[in-house]
Design a protein around this ligand. Structure first.
Ligand code: 4AD
Ligand code: MG
Length: 478
């Protein structure tokens, strides 16, 4: 019987002193042949188990090594010792799985994150990754509640697709054609008629286009699923496989879209502040310790929790792309040629520019809207100036772009002519164009990069440390 176990989290919540309880988990440490520190993943807190001296055989005690798994039953008592209020006085102890100390890769000490990345199958047993992944869960749950409470329909879009939602060509091919010897057409290209789907298919880069179809029937929908990009970006903010949240709303313009995105981000932050407090406190202290190594002027002016409260409580700055470029051109780093990339009207903002705006100039999240149409996707609504589209990006301190969205081009002729200009084949997207032919309405949506949001909330500096099994160029372990 395993379902008799009590989770350590609920023991700390309810403090059922005097009752007999069974716990199961993994040993963190065992000291003085008397005290086990046990973690079961339900909380950052370890439960102390007290083995009265001599009550268990040496042969058992020897096996209580880091990460061995055990089942223990005993009475919960107030602790005599310092450092914990309660402990379990063990009467029955069973070792479920040994963990030979000479072979187990993680020691009960601080390891650096690079080393732990190579041990991704075990790193969730550490305090840091325990907290990160509990917060990741809390955020995912908060996202679903936010939309569910507002009547948005959770919409599942395909992972395998035959269209390029972003028109950027950064797609992974999905095929069952043999690696060599596949039949080719007279012009030398692969014959996709012979492929599984009878046409060329890819892993999706975004569920947006299929999300728009649903918004034209249900009004307000959201997707939340994995997306894939074959962009060769080896940075602390890019993954080849990442999760994206994409709400799509009929009868919304760009301003409605910005209002929703801002309220959404604030609300999920609030949810984590209230539900993930212990883990946030741990991660906050971790950052404080880490920053102690830095010179005082390089340290962040806020603690992690203060930063989150600030974002929750302060309205986001909203500026047009044109204003953003003007601020950048007048900035000190621009004048002193400190930016690695040039910036002029028409160029895309690089992450150094985005970070200057949020971290140095405004010191809070910034929404930049109305970007030049040439640097944005084909589906964005064209503004009357003929130069810009109704796009918006939300830039967050320490991260840069966390949300990308737009009002969509709902006018059939305008959409068609933009697709023609960009040589996007209509046959492939006839179904998308159909929404503009049958009952088209103004609509808008955005995509939140889930891992970037987890990074922002946990303060982890590398995106590889907020997804359980990161996929990046040249790396796909597990
Ligand atoms: O700005 P993006 O490319 O927008 C879209 O895909 C739209 N279809 C969204 C929409 O309007 N429905 O991506 C959206 C967000 C970015 O702001 C960023 O946070 C994240 O997805 N993102 C990535 N996150 C991790 N690794 C990558 N390679 C990412 N590329 C984008
Ligand atoms: Mg973008």
């Amino acid at each position: 019987m395993f379902n008799i176990k009590t989770k350590i989290k609920s023991i700390f919540l309810e403090l059922p002193i005097g009752s007999t309880i069974t716990v199961m988990g993994w040993v963190r440490t065992f000291r003085n042949n008397q005290f086990i520190s046990l973690n079961d993943g339900s909380t950052i807190q370890n439960l102390q188990l007290y083995l009265p001296l001599g009550s268990f055989d040496d042969s058992i005690c020897k096996r209580l090594t880091t990460s061995s798994s055990i089942k223990a039953t005993g009475e919960l008592i107030s602790s005599q010792g310092k450092g914990q209020e309660i402990e379990l006085k063990v009467e029955k102890l069973e070792i479920l799985g040994d963990s030979p100390a000479d072979l187990y890769p993680l020691q009960p000490k601080k390891h650096n994150l690079e080393f732990l990345r190579e041990q991704a199958h075990l790193r969730m047993r550490t305090n840091t990754f325990g907290s990160v992944f509990r917060i990741r869960h809390e955020l995912a749950f908060a996202i679903h509640s936010y939309f569910h409470q507002r009547g948005f329909l959770y919409w599942h879009t395909p992972i395998i697709t035959s269209s390029d939602a972003e028109g950027a060509g950064e797609m992974f091919r999905v095929t069952t054609l043999p690696p060599t010897g596949a039949s080719t057409l007279p012009d030398g290209s692969l014959d996709f008629n012979a492929d599984f789907f009878g046409k060329q298919t890819h892993l999706t880069v975004s569920g947006q286009l299929e999300g728009e179809l649903a918004a034209m029937a249900f009004g307000e929908i959201y997707t939340f699923g994995p997306t894939f990009r074959a962009e060769n970006s080896n940075t602390t903010r890019h993954l080849a496989e990442f999760w994206m949240v994409e709400p799509e709303m009929a009868f919304y313009d760009l301003e409605d879209n910005m209002d929703l995105a801002e309220s959404f981000i604030k609300s999920i932050i609030q949810q984590v502040l209230s539900q993930g407090r212990e883990d946030l406190q741990f991660l906050e202290q971790r950052l404080i310790d880490e920053e102690m190594q830095l010179p005082a002027d390089k340290r962040s002016p806020y603690t992690l929790i203060q930063k989150l409260e600030l974002v929750r409580d302060t309205p986001f700055v909203r500026i047009s792309y044109t204003e953003a470029v003007n601020i950048l051109i007048q900035s000190n780093p621009y004048k002193k040629k400190k930016f690695a990339y040039d910036i002029q009207w028409g160029m895309d903002l690089q992450s150094e520019h985005e970070r200057y705006l949020v971290e140095k100039h405004f010191k809070q999240p910034v929404i930049v809207y109305n970007y030049p149409k040439e640097i944005k996707a084909f589906y964005m609504r064209q503004n009357t100036d003929g130069k810009t589209v109704a796009a918006m990006d939300i830039l967050a301190p320490g991260i840069g772009e966390i949300v990308g969205g737009s009002q969509r081009e709902e006018r059939y002729d305008m959409l068609l002519s933009r697709m023609n200009q960009l040589q996007i084949p209509h046959q492939q997207l006839h179904w998308y164009l159909d929404t503009r032919r049958f009952g088209t309405v103004p609509h808008a949506g955005f995509g939140l990069g889930f891992e970037r949001m987890v990074q922002f909330v946990t303060g982890m500096s590398n995106i590889r440390d907020v997804i359980p099994f990161p996929r990046t160029p040249k790396s796909a372990l597990y």
